[in-house]
Write a protein of this length. Structure first.
Length: 115
C-alpha cells in the first residue's frame, strides 16, 4: 500500500510565493511519476506539473515560468515552488504518485491567494 501526504499551503497575497511538499511512503522503491494537480471550486481537476523518474517535466501553460516542480528520489518527495502567485491560482492542490501503474492521491492542501 502506498500513502501520499502533502504539506504546506495556506494563504498568501498576490505576487507572493509558497512551497508545497509531498511524500510517498509504503512498500515502494521510487514512484514512476509524481505530479501536482489542482482543483478550484466548480472547476475540473487540472494538471499543474508532472515529473517522471525518467523523462521530461511538464507544466501547465498557466504556470510556466512561475512554478517549479522538483523531486528528491532518496526521500520519495516532490516539491512545488510557486512564485508570482495570482488569485486564479487559488485551489486545492493534490499530489499524486504512480507506482507500478497504480495512481495514488493525497488529501490535498488549500492554497488561497488574495488580491
Amino acid at each position: 500500500q502506498v500513502q501520499v501526504a502533502e504539506s504546506g499551503g495556506g494563504s498568501v497575497q498576490a505576487g507572493g510565493s509558497m512551497r508545497l511538499s509531498c511524500t510517498a511512503s509504503g512498500s515502494i522503491f521510487n514512484p514512476d511519476v509524481m505530479a501536482w494537480y489542482r482543483q478550484a471550486p466548480g472547476k475540473q481537476r487540472e494538471l499543474v506539473a508532472t515529473i517522471p523518474s525518467l523523462g521530461s517535466i511538464v507544466y501547465a501553460d498557466s504556470v510556466k515560468g512561475r512554478f517549479t516542480i522538483a523531486r528528491d528520489n532518496a526521500k520519495n518527495t516532490v516539491y512545488l515552488q510557486m512564485n508570482s502567485l495570482k488569485p486564479e491560482d487559488k485551489a486545492v492542490y493534490l499530489c499524486t504518485a504512480v507506482v507500478c501503474f497504480k495512481q495514488y492521491w493525497g488529501q490535498g492542501r488549500q492554497v488561497t491567494v488574495s488580491s
